[in-house]
Design a protein around this ligand. Structure first.
Ligand code: SAH
Ligand code: SF4
Length: 376
């Protein structure tokens, strides 16, 4: 299979174009078609000479994601289920920064992208890992999740004015996605090279134009890759899916903890901190009877203080077929209050109607099982 054009950086394209004896400005033209107009065919690149377009077509693919299902309305959280060329399914989730409580259009959005089809890490509570790992996404498949959502627009006021017939001309103000979180299906740091290549493209001014500080990578705790990430030049934010503040609790729900226990994870985070400054967040799903007891608060607070990490408490989203439940609201609030009393910066996600907010992986799981006629 041909490599996709959206897996290449500007420098790599320049090398290729130089080998073809093409002038450099052709690369700039190509990039504008890909990342400003976000076209989906070579023919659309009308200012590139036909022989060059043919050469590109012979040597690279230009893939798009096929939208299979969409859930949610504009100005609420929207979930996109995409079908890849091999018919594998992945999800992206678009979250408005200020949910339209008062009926106003929201123009700031965070996009949550997937990095793998399935996941090999098998956290006990997670839908993404239930059917195991299928494959890594290629860089273009990660990049294209952003471009495909941009093409659709938030379907609210800002973008609906720019019709497909008149693509925006280089005006980044027409972007939908301001923030990127790599928290969809898969373990991002287990697909390290493709992830980093995709993020270089999404971060570059000639590409996605999303600032590195507006990109958050979430990991279940792959200590060696956290160290590697610390040594990259780009300043990404890092979220650690902690979900337990002792090895005992983490071992129960996250098999990765047996490979990289807390001591190792914390040391890797300290290294990250040393290189990058205070850019750490702990994700902590509250699961009833598993990690929501007050005894977890003290070790959690100690870890958060040690690493200057902010704690995001997330009430567990029920996954069909799994026995876990979210604690009642009183328990959630008590946990939060106890953490704050320990001088930790913490937030609790309180929104209702979590059907659509369900974590990534769930829509895919339902659809896969539906498609294949299995229970679920
Ligand atoms: N593999 C990475 C990123 C993808 S998971 C990681 O584990 O960090 C993104 C986040 O969703 C993680 O914090 C994960 O623990 C959380 N998550 C998974 N299933 C969930 C569920 N059912 N309810 C709430 N959060 C969930
Ligand atoms: Fe994989 Fe993250 Fe789900 Fe764990 S929580 S199974 S690492 S996607």
């Amino acid at each position: 299979m041909l490599q996709d054009i959206k897996s290449l950086t500007r420098e790599e394209l320049e090398t290729q174009f130089a080998a073809w004896q093409q002038p450099k400005y052709r690369v700039a033209q190509l990039l504008e078609w890909l990342y400003v107009h976000r076209v989906t065919s070579w023919e659309a690149m009308t200012n590139l000479p036909k022989p060059l377009r043919e050469k590109l077509q012979e040597n690279f693919s230009l893939q798009t994601l096929e939208l299979l299902r969409k859930q949610g309305a504009p100005d609420t959280t929207q979930k996109f289920l995409w079908r890849l060329h091999d018919h594998a399914l992945i999800e992206s989730v678009l979250i408005p920064a200020n949910p339209a409580l008062y009926g106003e259009a929201s123009d700031r959005h965070t996009l949550c992208v997937s990095t793998q089809v399935g996941c090999a890490y098998g956290c006990k509570f997670c839908a993404s890992g239930l059917d195991g790992w299928k494959r890594n996404l290629t860089p273009d498949e990660i990049v294209e999740q952003v471009m495909a959502v941009e093409r659709l627009g938030p379907q609210s006021t800002v973008r609906s004015q720019s019709s497909a017939a008149q693509p925006p001309t280089g005006d980044c103000g027409l972007r939908t996605v301001d923030n990127l979180v790599v928290m969809g299906m898969g373990e991002p740091l287990a697909n390290y090279d493709h992830l980093l290549q995709a993020l270089r493209i999404l971060n570059a001014p000639w590409g996605g134009g999303i600032g590195a500080r507006k990109i958050t990578i979430s990991t279940s705790g792959l200590a060696p890759q956290i160290r590697r990430l610390a040594d990259e030049p780009l300043q990404f934010r890092l979220a650690i899916s902690l979900h337990g503040a002792t090895d005992e609790v983490r071992n129960k729900i996250m098999p990765v903890n047996r490979k990289y226990p807390l001591k190792e994870l914390v040391a890797a985070c300290e290294h990250y901190q040393g290189q990058k400054g205070r850019m750490l967040t702990f994700e902590y799903i509250l699961i009833a009877g598993v990690n929501d007891s007050i005894e977890q608060v003290r070790p959690l607070a100690a870890l958060a203080r040690k690493l200057f990490a902010k704690v995001n408490l997330i009430p567990y989203n029920k996954v069909e077929g799994l026995p876990w439940e979210r604690p009642d609201e009183e328990t959630q609030e008590k946990f939060l209050a106890a953490l704050e009393k320990q001088k930790v910066v913490a937030t609790l996600r309180r929104e209702k109607g979590h059907d659509i907010d369900a974590a990534c992986g769930q829509l895919r799981l339902k659809t896969e099982r539906g498609l294949h006629g299995a229970a679920g």
